[in-house]
Ligand binder design. Structure first.
Ligand SMILES: N[C@@H](CCC(=O)N[C@@H](CS)C(=O)NCC(=O)O)C(=O)O
Length: 316
């Protein structure tokens, strides 16, 4: 079986595992620490870098571009019947993606605003070039079939999604075709299969902790969520943001009396007050802590269940 040597948050490895996953090729994976590279790894990796692929016949390959070409040569391309020109173009657009892996890593690792802006401008300029390249008629890069270009950009799109989820900052802001493309690429489920189970946690710790975070720059209380209005006003505090959204959009249930309005607000606030107890329950480090957090949190569930009129005695 193919063996991949990996570092858990390396985008170059992710491109290779994405190519294997997209073609349903089995492989085993061994993770190493780059701070303390094992001797066996240094013995087989000419550049001292991951990814390394050991092929089924035992040959050790390195450099992700070469590995990607090998997968295509050995197992066939994702698309059939491409002309040589198209293949060359696809390689060039793939290269534009992989050339930006380290730019994205560097952006997320920036320690101050100046560095962040300089690096993110570079990354956003690559996404902007891609925006011009994409058409609304195709779901993936150039058609409704996954291609090498989708695979090469998958690490960038996946990581941009995680950054957005945890900080609210969107590298793809103002690029609707790229945002739609990100959605379809991620909806294939390939991204999750290409990384370890603890990837998101490690990624967060490595990139989104102790680094410059434009969210904190914008948010007066240093917390998510913030909402930037069309007039560029920065709103913060979830309750205030929700009130603002309610004032903008029709369609929510309108209370008939002031009392009903007060009750609805009280039950909504009761829900949001329990976000932290729910988080604490899930983060409990011992059985005793879990039971005590659960007692607090489950009270709120019992109360809302009662309110919904569906309360049944679960425990006799
Ligand atoms: N050009 C290489 C770049 C791979 C690369 O930069 N890998 C990083 C991890 S993401 C690495 O192994 N760094 C360790 C080092 O350079 O010592 C490729 O495409 O395979």
């Amino acid at each position: 079986m193919i063996k991949i040597v990996s570092y858990k948050i390396c985008p170059f490895v992710q491109r290779v595992t994405a190519a294997l996953e997209a073609k349903n090729i089995s492989y085993e994976i061994e993770y190493i620490s780059l701070k303390d590279k094992p001797k066996w790894f240094l013995d087989i990796s000419p550049n001292g870098q991951v990814p390394i692929m050991v092929t089924e016949s035992g040959t050790t390959l390195f450099e992700s571009d070469a590995i990607i070409e090998y997968i295509e040569d050995e197992y066939g391309g994702l698309e059939k019947g491409l002309t040589n020109e198209q293949r060359a173009l696809d390689r060039a657009w793939s290269y534009l993606g992989s050339k930006n892996y380290l730019v994205q890593c560097g952006t997320m690792n920036s320690k101050d605003k100046e560095t962040f802006t300089e690096r993110s401008d570079k990354l956003i300029s690559a996404f902007t070039k891609m925006e011009k390249q994409l058409t609304i008629d195709s779901t993936f890069y150039k058609s409704n079939t996954l291609s090498n270009v989708d695979i090469a950009w998958l690490p960038l799109l996946h990581r941009a999604g995680i950054v957005k989820k945890h900080t609210g900052y969107d590298f793809l802001c103002g690029l609707p075709k790229t945002q739609a493309w990100q959605k379809t690429v991620l909806a294939t489920g390939i991204a999750e299969k290409t990384v370890s189970e603890d990837f998101e946690q490690l990624f967060k710790e490595f990139y989104l902790t102790n680094t410059y975070n434009c969210l904190f720059e914008l948010s007066p209380n240093g917390k998510a969520p913030i909402l930037i209005t069309d007039n560029k006003d920065v709103l913060f505090d979830a309750d205030a943001i929700v009130s603002y959204l309610e004032s903008l959009y029709e369609g929510l249930y309108k209370p008939n009396t002031k009392e009903e309005a007060a009750l609805i607000e009280a039950w909504a606030n009761y829900g949001s007050k329990n976000y932290v107890p729910q988080c604490s329950t899930m983060r409990s480090e011992s059985e005793a802590e879990y039971q005590s957090n659960l007692t607090i949190f489950s009270k709120s569930l019992i109360n809302i269940e009662r309110k919904l009129g569906e309360y049944t005695v679960l425990h006799n």
